[in-house]
Design a protein around this ligand. Structure first.
Ligand code: COS
Length: 377
């Protein structure tokens, strides 16, 4: 970690310990998202880390963003993920938006005044994202959207949504991406999901019923929507990996500390080699995940194509988080399964990391496709 990253990490540690950790148990039960926490993280600069300073961001790289998200995830995966997705929306606007769109939407997102959300999935098209059915019919001055988006992170609390909808033929080439704002006529929110984890982060359906979106809100050009989504996920998958590393770090730390306090058979349970081996394996997996995520982020920062490594980082780090948080519950034993300690929450929060932004099976599909390309040339 360089000096700047150490500074960012220390600043976040201080903020999260004082302002996030004390609420987590209550808010997890109450499924309560606090906009003021997101706003405060914004005032500290953490909601626009990779956005250029001209648009109100910090103008830093993905390696820096990963360090920050990892630190927040130690205290709350929900807030880390909210920032991860909102940063992905900023990356989309930055890469595919025109100057007017950037000036109009980036500053509020970068400053943390507003949250951004990404709407690709539908009830029948999750992994097969190109099968989406929401339509955007061209009319005078814009498009009329009809359809329903599912499982949208920050649905209902976000103000700017990047929505993928069909403007043309079946399949990936007929999809376009639109900027849709909260409050537009014909845009409403459907059911809020009841989830196993990520309880503080709202996940909601988006419903479009003859929603008129002005032509100026089309990103890039008609037919570019699938490319916009896939290019965004190449980055989003790295940041989800960093969230998983932060969560694993915390679960491991809690496990070691507890095993040094808890006594059975007249000694600290840490002394039992069975547990020592378990924690050594956990530490080893967490470190390998960290290096993979860091390398994927470095390649991205240096402009080197990195799709294969982004998928590897996401898969490895999230599988590790699932394993490490499950082992943490095991080390805590009976109390680990209760809400007296946070490890049960860590385990619940880990599961969906293996599913979002492409299931880990989809990551393998993409990795295999990259290998095919690499070795057929
Ligand atoms: N960057 C830029 N453009 C890309 C791209 C990328 N990483 N990947 C694909 N595209 C574009 C290309 O234009 C491609 O056309 P060419 O092959 O002619 O260049 C086009 O998209 C179609 O790509 P592909 O043929 O790979 O599409 P598939 O329907 O086979 O889909 C997978 C591929 C399975 C990889 C994709 O559907 C996927 O990632 N699914 C998971 C979705 C997901 O992560 N959902 C989570 C939502 S957020 S919680």
């Amino acid at each position: 970690m360089n000096e700047l990253q150490q500074e960012l990490r220390a600043q976040l540690e201080k903020y999260c310990k004082a302002s996030i950790e004390p609420h987590m148990e209550h808010d997890d039960h109450a499924e309560n998202f606090r906009m003021e926490i997101f706003n405060e993280l914004g005032s500290l600069g953490f909601t626009g880390i990779t956005t250029a300073e001209d648009y109100g961001g910090m103008g830093l790289g993905y390696q820096d963003l990963c360090v920050a998200l990892g630190e927040i995830a130690k205290y709350s995966v929900s807030y880390a993920v909210t920032i991860s997705v909102s940063s992905m929306v900023q990356a989309i606007l930055n890469e595919f938006g025109n100057e007017d769109q950037k000036q109009k939407y980036l500053p509020a997102l970068a400053s943390g005044e507003e949250i951004g959300a990404f709407a690709l999935s539908e009830s029948h098209s999750g992994s097969d994202a190109a099968g989406l059915k929401t339509t955007a019919k061209k009319v005078e001055g814009g498009y009329v959207l009809n359809g329903t988006k599912m499982w949208i992170t920050s649905g209902g609390v976000a103000k700017t949504y990047i929505v993928m909808a069909r403007t043309g033929e079946e399949g990936p080439k007929g999809i376009s991406a639109f900027i849709v704002r909260d409050g537009m006529d014909g845009f409403s929110y459907g059911k809020k999901e009841k989830k196993m984890g990520w309880k503080v982060s709202p996940t909601r359906e988006l419903v479009f019923e003859n929603c008129f979106v002005p032509a100026e809100n089309l990103l890039k050009a008609e037919g570019m929507g699938f490319t916009v989504a896939m290019a965004a996920l190449d980055k989003g998958r790295i940041t989800i990996g960093s969230v998983a590393v932060g969560l694993s770090d915390r679960a491991l730390a809690e496990s070691v500390k507890y095993s040094l306090e808890r006594k059975q058979f007249n000694q600290e349970i840490f002394n039992f080699q069975g547990l020592q081996f378990m924690m050594a394996d956990m530490a080893c997996e967490v470190e390998s995940s960290r290096y993979l995520v860091k390398e994927a982020a470095r390649l991205y920062d240096e402009g080197i194509p990195n799709q294969k490594l982004a998928c590897m980082a996401k898969m490895k780090a999230t599988d590790t988080a699932m394993k490490v948080t499950t082992d943490a519950v095991q080390i805590f034993g009976g109390v680990g399964y209760t809400s007296e300690y946070p490890v049960e929450r860590f385990m619940r929060d880990a599961k969906v990391l293996q599913i979002v932004e492409g299931t880990n099976q989809i990551q393998k599909v993409v990795i295999a496709r990259c290998l095919k390309k690499e070795f057929s040339n």
